[in-house]
Design a protein around this ligand. Structure first.
Ligand SMILES: *Cc1c(COP(=O)(O)O)cnc(C)c1O
Length: 394
């Protein structure tokens, strides 16, 4: 390979390092859980998307093992050639029923679901209006479609209405509003009732990416729309967070949407089918979620204790009740110092700073899980207090 090219890559890497933006991976040698083993040390894990604690659940592991015995290891095919098992259709049907939608289609990840969603559904005559804080996969999916693009400031309903008016004035045929159900850096919710009202006024449709909600938001964990009692038109989501945390994504919606995606969505047509172990464990995760009132109660009780404890100590939080609980630090370097100090005390957290969040708004994003015990939270609060004092954050 050309040395000039490699030098160019090394210069980019050096710049990432110099900017303090270099990401390092910690190798975990245990299952994912409230506790994990990193470099031989037991660590409390406060930054997984393991909301219901299902990532190491014995029923999911048993379902995966048993499906490998009955259905094999890999599919060696995309869905339409010879990659569709009874398990796939069962999971799609059960997901759709759970989410209150007509049908659903599985993808290898929600990144692919969002990546493949827009292009088959919308043409150059159409418009897509996207929240500025939407997940990278929605941004990329929208880039791949020919519809005219509009953006509105995060959860700003005046800005959304302006965009809707503009799209109507520009002669849009169909208009789709795209939003995350929960914004992952802040733990705040999209104001779905207000979005629905505006969508109805301007004859637009709504797509919600509910990755940080499915399984635990809403009365039975159906997600943000159920939480608000609002109907949306298309939902996307993941099996990689509350629903077991392995991988897999989906789109749920009206039959013609799902049927057309099966014909045209490129990540679906040109990428391998989910393996049996994942599909079967997904069905088991869904069953645990449907009967998961206790898990959801533990999750939200832990989130309440954690928020109240951090506030008592004097940390600055973003308000809310979602289990994503960002501890605002401000300065990027300080957020890294705080994360390191917590690490030495056996608490694993991640600092987030520019460009993931705006300049001066660096934070430690903590995430609650049903898997934590009261002792875990007491220990973690003690560690936060010590680390906060050591680094001058409080
Ligand atoms: C995690 C996440 C995704 C990606 O999901 P995967 O299944 O891991 O690809 C997409 N959208 C949002 C909002 C997410 O939080």
């Amino acid at each position: 390979m050309s040395q000039a090219f490699l030098d160019h890559l090394n210069a980019t890497l050096a710049q990432i390092e110099a900017d303090g933006l270099f990401k390092r991976e910690h190798q975990i040698s245990s299952p994912q859980g409230a506790h994990m083993t990193v470099a031989g040390r037991d660590m409390l894990n406060l930054c997984a998307n393991n909301y219901l604690g299902l990532a190491d659940h014995p029923d999911l592991i048993a379902a995966a093992k048993s499906a490998m015995e009955s259905h094999g290891y890999g599919m060696a095919s995309v869905r339409f050639i010879c990659g569709t098992q009874d398990l796939h259709r069962q999971l799609e049907t059960e997901l759709a029923t759970f989410l209150g939608m007509d049908d659903a289609i599985l993808f290898a990840a929600c990144f692919d679901a969002n990546g493949g969603l827009f292009e088959p559904l919308l043409g150059a005559e159409d418009a897509v209006i996207s929240d500025a804080l939407n997940h990278a996969s929605i941004i990329d999916g929208i880039r791949l479609c020919k519809a005219k693009r509009y953006r509105f400031a995060n959860a700003d309903m005046t800005a959304l209405e302006d965009a809707l008016k503009q799209a109507r004035n520009d002669g849009a045929r169909h208009i789709l509003i795209a939003t995350d159900g929960v914004f992952s850096m802040d733990g705040t919710l999209a104001p779905l009732p207000e979005i629905r009202a505006l969508a109805d006024r301007y004859d637009a449709m709504i797509m919600v990416d509910d990755c940080h909600a499915t399984g635990f938001m809403g009365p039975k964990g159906e997600g943000t729309p159920a939480h608000f009692g609002t109907q949306v038109d298309i939902l996307t989501g993941t099996l990689g967070k509350a629903l077991g945390g392995a991988l897999g994504g989906y789109v749920a919606g009206p039959k013609p949407v799902i049927n057309l995606l099966r014909q045209r969505a490129r990540p679906y047509l040109f990428s391998n089918a989910l393996p049996p172990a994942i599909t079967a464990a997904g069905l088991t995760a869904l069953r645990l979620v449907r009967n998961g009132d206790d898990l959801r109660a533990s999750l939200f009780e832990n989130a309440r204790i954690w928020r109240a404890g951090l506030k008592d100590i004097g940390f600055d939080l973003l308000d809310g009740s979602h289990p994503i609980i960002p501890v605002m630090i401000g300065d990027a370097v300080k957020s890294q110092e705080m994360a390191r100090a917590l690490n030495t005390k056996g608490v694993h957290v991640a600092g987030f700073f520019f460009p993931v969040v705006p300049h001066g708004m660096a934070r430690i994003r903590t995430q609650m899980s049903a898997a934590f015990t009261e002792d875990d939270l007491t220990y973690a609060l003690g560690a936060f207090e010590e680390a906060g004092r050591e680094t001058g954050v409080i």
